[in-house]
Ligand binder design. Structure first.
Ligand code: SF4
Length: 461
């Protein structure tokens, strides 16, 4: 058992916190960081003795209808011409970005997210993929990690074989819940049969890895109802599973105002749903990766974690940590060398930037020495649940006990509570602390000192 669900500890450490897909988090990005900074940083990466490979992310924001729980950057419209003009801008951006990176830098990872990437029709998908191939060095032997998010409601009988032909070898299905009452309450109705058919198509097309996203904490969910959703899901045998915690923040996310707070499960019921989910997935043979992610033991993610080769970036847990991540499209985030930055967030702002010959970078941050040290600690704890202090000292040139004197003192109560074990040579997150790893990481976050329960972060559990 690599994880212990301790209700008492979880209630005691009930808090909000970042998901640490970056450090510093996006909240710390500033508009003092400009597009010129990004361009310089990107160009400089070509001067490294061995320039890193690339990971490309495309944000395709369009959706046919709105899911009431949604907190994503999206454009809900049935007007398809908007997607056509967005595609034009995206192609322009691909050209601008490709000028910044040497053309022999291989694209090891590609991800299309949204919104709904399959809102683009097959002609548009073909066009975008062909343009990417023209401008960047994509791998042609299926060895890349090329993934796409699919809303099962938008997929036709030939969608999966078509995407496979396009070069995608990983697929992520947004299912959320199979229960018709829950689906109706969140305005996302899709049948179990629809999803089963897509799974069969994906297996037939030799898709290398299938991920499923579920959400707990939605209206009308209960332990019994969500158990049925999990039974259906486990029967489909996805390679990876994410079980996200729904955070009801209607003040921040307009679609959530359509959800009746009285229909939501109580905090105790939510915790019980999550506990049942963990028990069931562990029994079914899934390995807990971290945060809300599970994988089959023979999945690359689980293998990488057991070998200490797991990384975390804006795409979540990944095997490919040593890539420069180039985000494209509105709201997309990039991580290039020691710089993070984000695009403008609306369709109009993005169109205006591209028409002016810009990429559309709105804000970002260049990491200083302290940021880099803290990022290394946080990412290692998030991925490995342990940190070898001696190895860390020799890599980073710091004396850990001195540099993190205050943090080690703040970890003491967590140590006494059994969340973490600390010796002179190692910090280890105990099985009962793994679900609370975000709380542990916050101790090392210089921007979160003395602040708890910040409303723009989700609950750590
Ligand atoms: S959850 Fe996905 S499909 Fe639904 S509105 Fe949000 S981005 Fe669109």
């Amino acid at each position: 058992m690599n994880i212990v669900f301790d209700t008492d500890l979880i209630n005691r450490y009930d808090n909000t916190g970042p998901r640490y897909t970056s450090y510093p988090t996006a909240v710390e990005f500033s508009e003092e960081f400009t597009e010129a900074h990004y361009r310089n940083a990107a160009l400089e990466t070509n001067e490294d003795p061995i320039p890193r490979p690339l990971s490309l992310y495309f944000h395709i924001p369009f959706c046919e209808s709105v899911c009431f729980y949604c907190a994503c950057n999206k454009v809900v419209t049935k007007n398809r011409s908007r997607a056509e003009s967005y595609l034009g801008y995206l192609k322009k951006e691909i050209e601008f970005q490709s000028e910044l990176f040497n053309h022999d830098r291989k694209v090891l990872q590609l991800h299309w997210g949204g919104g709904t990437p399959t809102y683009f029709n097959p002609t548009q998908i073909t066009e975008l993929m062909a343009h990417t191939r023209q401008q960047f060095d994509l791998l042609e032997d299926d060895s890349g990690d090329y993934s796409i998010e699919i809303d099962p409601r938008t997929a036709q009988a030939d969608t999966i074989p078509f995407l496979r032909d396009m070069g995608f070898n990983r697929i992520s299905f947004g299912i959320q819940d199979f229960d018709p009452t829950v689906q109706k309450a969140v305005n996302r109705v899709q049948s179990t049969e629809q999803v089963e058919t897509l799974f069969m198509q994906a297996r037939r097309a030799s898709v290398r890895s299938i991920n499923v996203d579920l959400i707990y904490g939605l209206p009308f969910q209960s332990v019994a109802s969500f158990e049925k959703t999990l039974d259906h899901t486990i029967a489909l045998s996805p390679d990876r599973l994410s079980i996200f915690n729904y955070a009801h923040l209607p003040r921040l996310f307009r679609p959530q105002r359509n959800i009746n707070a009285e229909d939501l499960p109580s905090a105790a019921e939510k915790l019980a749903i999550f506990k049942m989910s963990i028990d069931k997935l562990v029994q079914a043979g899934y390995v807990y990766i971290g945060m809300d992610h599970f994988a089959k033991p023979d999945d690359e993610l689980a293998i990488a974690q057991s070998e200490g080769k797991l990384f975390r970036n804006f795409q979540g847990y990944t095997l490919l940590g040593d890539c420069d991540l180039v985000g494209m499209g509105q709201s997309a985030i990039s991580q290039v060398d020691d710089v993070y930055c984000q695009h403008v967030k609306t369709e109009d702002q993005y169109a205006a930037a591209i028409e002016a010959g810009q990429i559309g970078i709105q804000r970002g941050v260049a990491l200083n020495f302290d940021d880099k040290i803290r990022r290394a600690v946080i990412m290692q704890l998030m991925c490995d649940f342990s940190l070898d202090i001696k190895k860390f000292e020799s890599k980073s040139n710091i004396l850990f006990s001195q540099y993190f004197n205050q943090e080690l003192a703040k970890l003491k109560p967590m140590q006494e509570d059994g969340l973490v074990q600390i010796t002179d040579t190692e910090i280890t997150v105990a099985p009962s602390g793994r679900l609370l790893v975000r709380n542990i990481c916050q101790i090392f976050d210089a921007y979160r000192q003395g602040t708890t329960n910040i409303s723009y972060f989700s609950k750590t559990i």
